[in-house]
Structures are given as structure tokens and as C-alpha cells.
Write a protein that binds this ligand. Structure first.
Ligand code: FAD
Length: 505
């Protein structure tokens, strides 16, 4: 009897799993497989924190598969080699998985996989699991189509039988894959942890979301913290959206913060698909400026001393350093802080976004290539279609960390500095004796210098015509406005949100 391989990638769950539901429908014995691919873990965007989260999620997935009579098979190796070995031994004729909008490496691997499947006569069904559309013709109507997917029924599998006698390997340790140390305060993986996050966010933590999301201290609790779960697929985006939609009905008209918070959260889930669609449509945005006129603007080989200072949190700019150190330890920053550290790297320190973006990719437990590279380019001013956001890190520190508690927690060298000068310790009389570096740039001068250079590019011949092409391909459309027009609270919030994000809604 022939069998079906159910290939898990970034969809580590059993609930709302269209590929599992499809495998059950076909009825052939199923081999649930996860492949640990050394080539993937050798990429410059990979880190032990991703692998740690993945391992915990696989343990949880194994338990849930056991409950429906399936035993997860782990294999280590390059995907095509592993698949071919299983095909030859177990008469596999079908491969079912979910589409992945991943990095350049997974894109190339998927093409190799498609060639292998064609060559061996294996039917490969690669199904969507979010609002991202493969081979999209254009953005018109995309938002409405995405909303239909999100409102659609969650996938429920029928009965499945396990393909007998398939050996599984042990999960390798991080060191065996050449990975370093994990983040000491990283979020835990696994669906159980994700479900708890979703539930506590929608019933307890999220009430103040809209007001507190940009605070480095409060944001850690007030934000959903679902991002790594959505990235590794322990929870589907549809499950999160539908839970939020149910909550929106419960809290309608309460006027206590909940309605706006739930609306803002749902808007962000929509942005998730919106940004991932960009990489799906243009894989090169991981390594090429979206607007070609910005290519070569910053030195291709970044200034090593500046890059290292930024990565280690030793720029002499207290709030930037606190964010970078906190990120290294926890694997997370809120959106505003991510934007600021990226903008400081790109404008004030004038570092190429490819090097700094790869560092942040390694540091974010929730690294999601589609969101990440789109945002990295947006915050670096290389899309040609977004408002330039050159955050002043001193002002951000004062605004977002008014008590200084966050900065002091991560930059203890500043203990002696009085509160009023915490974000500008170089202005303090005792600065010379501090075990803390002087700022590596003058914030105001560096920002003005960078702004002039970016604006000069915008004045160049043909800039507008090329920007119009980027808009046609990637910008959100009127139907997104129409979607919210029915609900005045949502319209107001959506406009505010998009201003904060720095893009035209
Ligand atoms: C330079 C930069 C890089 C980023 N890289 C990533 C990344 O690799 N992975 C990632 O998940 N997010 C990324 N973001 C977006 C955002 O900062 C995180 O999604 C968010 O901080 C995660 O915390 P949360 O789950 O508590 O978010 P919440 O505020 O609770 O939002 C809920 C979910 O909506 C989605 N979301 C939220 N904000 C955005 C946004 N601005 N754009 C697209 N989707 C969004 C995420 O899936 C998130 O989990 C990046 C932002 C910037 C500025």
C-alpha cells in the first residue's frame, strides 16, 4: 500500500492544519515528518533561540500527534535526500505540506523539492495556511480575499492511520548544528504556551494594549507575545483572528479599552499577511533594495566598529543599548523599539540593512522573513514608498521609558547618572568617570546628514516612476480602507496605527 508524507515545517500544530485534514481525506497511511535541515541552520539568519523554540514546539506536537494515533518521525539531513530515502523504502507517492514564505534558502530548497517530486512521480500538494497568496497576479482585491480566508472554517481532520515501521532519529542538540548559546530569557515554545498567551491576552493582559504597546516595560505584558507561535505555526493566524473576532463581539460597546485593543490586534494580524505577501511576491527583497535607486547608498561592507557597538549595546546611546541588550537576553522587542534600533543603525550609524537585518533576524525568536525584511527595508528608507522615520533615540528614551527603569535595568553602568540626564549621560559632569562609552555619533548631526543623503536619492531622475512600480506591486489597496469603513472606531484606529507604522494605509 502506498503512503503519504505529511511534512511539517512552520506549522507545528494539529488544530486548523489544512495539510493534515487533506492527508486524512486522502485516506492512505500517513507518515508525519519533521526534517532538521543542517543547511537551514547554517544560514546567517539562524540562531540557537529559534532552534530552542522549535525543539519545545516539536515535543508538544509529538504529544498531540500521539493522541490521534500518529507518531512524529524526525529525520536529520537535506530535505530532498531524506524524502528520497523514505520514498524508496516506504512506497511514498504523495507529499503534503504547507506553503512557506521563507528565506532565500527555503525558496531554493522548495524548488529542488518540486523538481525531485516531478522526477519521481510523487504528487506534492503544498497548501496555503494563511492569507498569503502564491503566484498572486496583483494586490487588487487581495485584502478582501485574505479576510475571507481568515473568516473561513478552521480545518478539522478526519481519522488518520499511521504508516507502520518508520524509524525516527533523535533531535540533535543546538551545538551539533553549529549553533551557539540560546537566549537566557527566551519565550517558551509549544502550542500549550501559545494557547495560554492567546487566552490571557484576550481576557486579561490586552485591555491596555493600545496605550501600552510601545512601552518597553509594559509592552512586554500588554502585547500578545504571539509572534513566535505564529512564526512557528503552533497557532494558526486564523485561530488567533477568529478568537479575537469572538472577543470583539463580547466587548462591543464596553468603552473600557477592550474594543480598541482587540481592533488594533486584528489590524496587526492583517499586517502580518500584508507584509509576508511582499516577500512572497518578491523574494529578492531579502537581499536587494525594494527601490533600486537606494542600492549602494550605504557602504556594502559596514563599519565594523559601529556594527559591533550596535550589536553589543555599546553605542553610548543609553536607550538603544538597553534595547539591544534586552533583545539579546529575551529574544523580543516591541514594534516601536524594533523600529528605533533599526532606524538608528540605518541612519545615525549609516550601516547597510542587510548586515543589521541579519543580526536582528538572529536575535528575534519570532523571526518571520516576510515581515522582517519588509520592515527592515521600511525602517531603513529603502522602499521608496514609505515615510522616512528617523527616530531620535534620546527622545524615544524619554518618551517611552519616562521613569528610566528599563534603561537602568539593562545599562547598570549608568546607576550614578541623575534621572534628568539618563538618556544623555555625556552631558553630566561626572560622565568622564562612567564605565560607559561616549556616544559613537552626535545624534542630531548624524540624523541630518543621513536625511540629506536619502532625500538626494529621492530627487534623482526616474525615482518617482520606479516608486510608482513599487506601489503597484506592494502597497495596500482601497479595499483595505473599505473593509474598515463600516466601523468608525476601526477607521480612526487604522489611520492612527498606519501613521505610527510610517506607511500609507
Ligand atoms: C525591523 C523590524 C523587524 C521585525 N521583524 C519581525 C519578525 O521577524 N517577526 C515578526 O513576527 N514580527 C516582526 N516585526 C513586527 C513586530 O514588531 C512584531 O510582530 C511584534 O513586536 C511581535 O510582538 P507581539 O506578538 O506581542 O505583537 P502584537 O502587537 O501582539 O501583534 C500581534 C501579531 O501581529 C503581527 N504583527 C504585529 N505587528 C506587526 C507589524 N508591524 N507588521 C507585521 N505584522 C505585525 C505579529 O504576527 C504579531 O505576533 C518587526 C518589526 C520591525 C520594525
Amino acid at each position: 500500500m502506498t503512503g503519504t508524507i505529511l511534512w511539517f515545517k512552520r506549522d507545528l500544530r494539529v488544530a486548523d492544519h489544512p495539510a493534515l485534514a487533506r492527508a486524512a481525506l486522502i485516506g492512505a497511511p500517513v507518515l508525519p515528518l519533521y526534517i532538521v535541515e543542517p543547511g537551514l541552520w547554517a544560514q546567517s539568519d539562524a540562531d540557537a533561540r529559534h532552534y530552542g523554540f522549535l525543539r519545545e514546539s516539536l515535543v508538544d506536537l509529538k504529544d498531540r500527534l500521539d493522541r490521534i494515533g500518529l507518531a512524529l518521525v524526525i529525520r536529520v539531513g537535506e530535505a530532498v535526500t531524506v524524502l528520497e530515502d523514505l520514498r524508496a523504502r516506504h512506497a511514498i507517492t504523495r507529499l503534503i505540506s504547507h506553503e512557506e514564505t521563507g528565506n532565500g534558502w527555503t525558496y531554493a530548497r522548495d524548488r529542488a523539492m518540486a523538481a525531485w517530486a516531478r522526477g519521481q512521480g510523487v504528487v506534492w500538494e503544498d497548501l496555503p495556511q494563511s492569507g498569503v497568496v502564491r503566484r498572486l497576479r496583483g494586490r487588487d482585491g487581495w485584502a478582501a480575499a485574505r479576510d475571507r480566508v481568515m473568516a473561513g472554517p478552521v480545518a478539522v481532520p478526519g481519522r488518520v492511520t499511521m504508516l507502520a515501521d518508520v524509524a525516527s532519529s533523535a533531535l540533535p542538540g543546538a551545538a551539533a548544528l553549529g549553533l551557539g548559546a540560546d537566549a537566557p530569557q527566551r519565550q517558551r515554545g509549544g502550542r500549550a504556551a501559545g494557547l495560554a498567551r492567546l487566552d490571557t491576552f484576550l481576557t486579561e493582559r490586552g485591555q491596555d494594549y493600545r496605550r501600552a504597546m510601545s512601552s518597553p516595560l509594559q509592552g512586554a505584558t500588554a502585547c500578545s507575545r504571539l509572534s513566535p507561535h505564529l512564526a512557528f505555526g503552533t497557532i494558526s493566524a486564523r485561530e488567533a483572528e477568529q478568537a479575537a473576532a469572538r472577543r470583539a463581539v463580547q466587548v462591543r460597546g464596553t468603552g473600557d479599552g477592550w474594543p480598541g485593543s482587540v481592533q488594533s490586534f486584528r489590524a496587526r494580524l492583517a499586517w502580518r499577511d500584508h507584509f509576508m505577501q511582499k516577500l512572497e511576491d518578491e523574494p529578492a527583497l531579502e537581499w536587494r533594495c525594494l527601490h533600486p535607486a537606494y542600492e549602494g547608498l550605504r557602504p556594502a561592507i559596514p563599519d565594523a566598529a559601529r556594527l559591533a557597538a550596535w550589536q553589543k549595546g555599546e553605542t553610548g546611546l543609553p536607550f538603544v543599548d538597553a534595547c539591544m541588550r534586552s533583545l539579546a537576553a529575551t529574544g523580543w522587542l516591541n514594534f516601536r523599539m524594533r523600529s528605533m534600533v533599526m532606524a538608528v543603525a540605518s541612519y545615525h550609524l549609516w550601516l547597510d540593512w542587510r548586515a543589521t537585518g541579519a543580526h536582528l533576524a538572529r536575535m528575534f525568536t519570532d523571526y518571520e522573513p516576510g515581515i522582517h525584511w519588509s520592515q527592515v527595508q521600511m525602517q531603513s528608507g529603502t522602499t521608496g514608498i514609505n515615510t522616512l522615520r528617523i527616530y531620535n533615540p534620546v527622545k524615544q528614551g524619554m518618551d517611552q521609558d519616562p521613569t528610566g527603569a528599563f534603561t537602568r535595568a539593562w545599562v547598570p553602568e549608568l546607576a550614578a547618572v541623575p534621572d534628568v540626564l539618563l538618556q544623555e549621560p555625556w552631558r553630566w559632569d561626572g560622565a568622564g568617570g562612567l564605565p560607559y562609552p561616549a556616544p559613537i555619533v552626535d545624534v542630531k548631526q548624524a540624523a541630518a546628514w543621513a536625511r540629506d543623503r536619502v532625500w538626494a536619492v529621492r530627487q534623482g531622475d526616474g525615482f518617482r516612476a520606479q516608486a510608482a512600480q513599487v506601489v503597484r506591486k506592494h502597497a495596500s489597496r482601497k479595499d483595505a480602507k473599505g473593509r474598515f469603513r463600516r466601523d468608525p472606531v476601526a477607521v480612526k484606529q487604522a489611520k492612527k496605527d498606519s501613521r505610527q507604522m510610517g506607511f500609507d494605509f
